[in-house]
Design a protein around this ligand. Structure first.
Ligand SMILES: *Cc1c(COP(=O)(O)O)cnc(C)c1O
Length: 356
């Protein structure tokens, strides 16, 4: 049976990318070697790294005041690496707390400097994004999570501040058009919307670096990675290659404008189905709903298990809510076809009529 992959991460990738990546494991670009066997300092791989870095900038329309680096680890490494590079122990950084990932970022940052939680939606189980809060202009930076993967909220307009904005974009990078020059640092783990697990992309504005006194271990130092063109040590070669293929795919499909158009089509269909059927209940503030991860519940909690069982029978993978949230979570990343959301919403309709 055809599976519909709604996994939250690692998650669905374009079929063509999987095909090309699997071919490169056997033989990469007529080299007679696998992508897993080539040296990272060979022209073969350096070309891959350069293409990946330039595609990131091109898709996001960023100029040369930004550097793009690919680093080991997941976004969780960045929770530590960001304050280590940007925040001295006597300085304060402003953080927004909108869920599991933001809270973890706060915890790590407080190991390096002072953290001021300027906005939190914890009072209402993280079902909304705060508006109109103030960020003291003495803050070194403001950290936000652009899309809250677990809770199902997303920033649709940016906070009004002159403080440099740092954003965890792990689950919505390359999914929409935006003026990305409003951010001073953006980062994302690859496994949600741009590839395989094991690599992070970090986009940093050059003028943000070099402002602290703390000595930084070389492997953690953004500046050193920039100078080494992301080749300070052996990078996660295969993960970078898969990211590059995914970026090529995004460009060929029409770039971020087209990703956004498809994303809106998918999430509008899903949310309108939830809203018309009384069997389902989305508690997220309407204007803050995530286009990537829709989180909702069965109005009657006794219906949750049978609904999830039906999803399983019908080949709908990855729709169970996060362990601390419960309910249903449907992730609609770039590679997910509209047909999968259509199949899912038909199943919702069917379920609603049969249990009524
Ligand atoms: C998945 C995710 C993370 C954690 O990523 P790891 O690669 O597991 O470290 C952090 N932030 C957000 C927004 C995520 O979706």
């Amino acid at each position: 049976m055809k599976k519909h992959n709604f996994n939250s991460g690692p998650s669905i990738l374009p079929q063509t990318v999987l095909q090309q990546a699997s071919e490169a494991i056997i033989e990469f670009n007529n080299t007679g070697l696998s992508i897993l066997e080539i040296g990272h300092r060979t022209p073969h791989f350096m070309t891959v790294m350069e293409e990946a870095r330039s595609l990131v900038k091109e898709l996001m329309q960023l100029d040369d005041s930004y550097d793009v680096i690919f680093l080991h680890g997941g976004a969780t490494t960045q929770f530590m690496q960001i304050p280590m590079n940007l925040l001295d122990s006597n300085e304060t950084a402003a953080y927004c707390d909108h869920g599991v990932w933001g809270s973890k970022a706060i915890k790590e940052a407080s190991l390096f400097g002072k953290v001021d939680v300027v906005a939190s939606s914890k009072d209402k189980s993280y079902t909304y994004i705060n508006k109109g809060f103030t960020v003291p202009n003495t803050s070194k930076y403001l950290h936000i999570t652009s899309n809250n993967t677990v809770e199902g909220t997303q920033w649709h307009s940016l906070p009004d501040t002159d403080v440099p904005i740092v954003a965890d974009m792990s689950s919505d990078i390359f999914s929409r058009e935006m003026d990305f020059s409003k951010f001073s640092l953006m980062y994302a783990g690859a496994q949600k919307n741009m590839g395989a697990a094991g690599v992070n992309v970090v986009l940093v504005k050059k003028d943000l670096l070099g402002t602290i006194k703390r000595p930084i271990p070389s492997i953690m130092d953004y500046q050193k990675h920039i100078e080494a063109n992301s080749l300070m040590n052996t990078p996660p070669v295969f993960a970078v290659y898969v990211a590059m293929l995914t970026l090529r795919w995004i460009k060929a499909e029409g770039g971020l404008a087209e990703m956004e158009r498809r994303s809106l089509e998918k999430c509008n269909l899903l949310y309108s189905t939830i809203d018309t059927l009384s069997t389902f209940d989305c508690r997220i503030n309407v204007e803050d709903r995530s286009r990537m991860n829709a989180v909702f519940f069965l109005s009657n909690p006794a219906h949750e298990a049978p609904f999830l069982e039906l999803c399983k029978q019908e080949g709908m993978v990855g729709v169970k809510g996060y362990r601390t949230v419960g309910g249903v979570r449907v992730s609609m990343y770039n590679a997910l076809a509209l047909e999968s959301v259509e199949a899912f919403t038909s199943l919702m309709q069917h379920f609603a009529t049969t249990i009524a």
